[in-house]
Design a protein around this ligand. Structure first.
Ligand code: ASP
Length: 317
């Protein structure tokens, strides 16, 4: 049985007003016939990735699981790149199989010279079929690089090299059609898929920030991710509001810098990480704020309490 391919839309399928389905997309891939088995195509309604929901992604995960249980050696999902770093992490958190789940897309649509979709799909299919990627969870394959979902980021609005893993680098490469895995980051056990929708806001702190806007954003939420300055700092004026919120809901402290970790014991001033953590904020570690929000939604959506959330972030942050 071949690798299962699920198509969800995005730039990779946008041929002017037309949308390429899986058959049309794969018809234009030189070298696809060198795969051991043809792809087993499942088309979903195309949707811009900015409009994808957790429910839709979890639904694809169920179908992907069914494909693996039926014998697929791995799965490829094509989608828009805008939210791919978040959907990939969501899928990685809950994916229970040894078979890899590989996400890809394109930065140049099929009407443009140098459309990168065909090369990305072929590379993704090779990665999904490779024995060396078993157990690696959800992966993002782009530009012949293999990235772990936990670490990968979209870092450029148009470049075909937009996907990078700032903290770790790629886990491997596709070289002359061969899959080379160079490192395998640790992957904690899968979490239960959320059964309810939890509301989690993300506040990115900015210069001369206002407590009122933080409080307004957090109203009616079940949790909050706070993307602080540098190693996890907030302006002193925001500290009382953050402390009050942390007494009501999980508030996860992350860094807005995009790489590196929040600290826990280096700075001790109003709004520093020592101050914020002592007021009940949860240390998000190395998790990027977007990924921390995905993790918090998954945890709260499956009924985790405050202690369980803290334990999960200590393990995965
Ligand atoms: N806006 C598109 C989307 O995310 C961009 C892309 O596909 O790369 O669906």
């Amino acid at each position: 049985m071949g690798v299962a391919l699920f198509t969800l839309g995005g730039t990779i399928s946008m041929a002017g007003r037309d949308r390429l389905d899986g058959a049309a997309l794969t018809a234009a891939i030189p070298g696809l016939e060198t795969l051991d088995e043809p792809l087993d195509i499942h088309d979903r309604k195309p949707v811009g990735s900015g409009s994808l929901t957790f429910v839709q992604v979890l639904d694809v995960a169920e179908s992907a699981s069914a494909a693996v249980r039926a014998g697929a050696p791995g799965v490829v999902i094509t989608q828009g790149t805008d939210t791919l770093e978040e959907t990939a992490y969501l899928l990685d958190l809950i994916w229970p199989h040894e078979e890899p789940l590989v996400l890809t897309g394109a930065m140049r649509n099929p009407t443009l010279a140098g459309h990168d979709g065909p090369a990305n799909v072929l590379a993704a299919a090779r990665v999904a079929a490779a024995a060396s990627t078993r157990g690696l969870g959800a992966l993002v394959v782009f530009n012949d690089e293999i990235h772990a979902a936990r670490w990968v980021r979209k870092t450029h609005s148009t470049s075909t090299a937009t996907f990078v893993s700032p903290d770790t680098g790629p886990v491997g490469h596709v070289i002359e059609g061969h899959v080379r895995v160079l490192s395998a980051p640790p992957r904690p056990a899968p979490l239960p898929a959320p059964t309810a929708t939890a509301r989690v806001a993300l506040h990115t702190v900015t210069l001369d920030d206002e407590p009122d806007s933080l409080a307004a954003l957090a109203a009616g939420q079940d949790g909050l991710v706070f993307a602080g300055f540098g190693v996890g700092h907030a302006p002193a004026v925001l500290v009382p509001a953050l402390g009050e919120l942390a007494a009501r809901m999980p508030v996860v402290l992350t860094s807005r810098t995009g790489a590196g970790s929040v600290l826990r014991s280096t700075y001790d001033a109003p709004g520093s990480e020592i101050d914020l953590l002592s007021r009940g904020l949860i240390n998000g570690g190395l998790l990027h704020p977007y990924k921390a929000r995905v993790l918090l939604k998954v945890l709260l959506g499956s009924g985790a309490d405050h202690d369980a959330v803290s334990v999960a972030f200590a393990e995965r942050g």
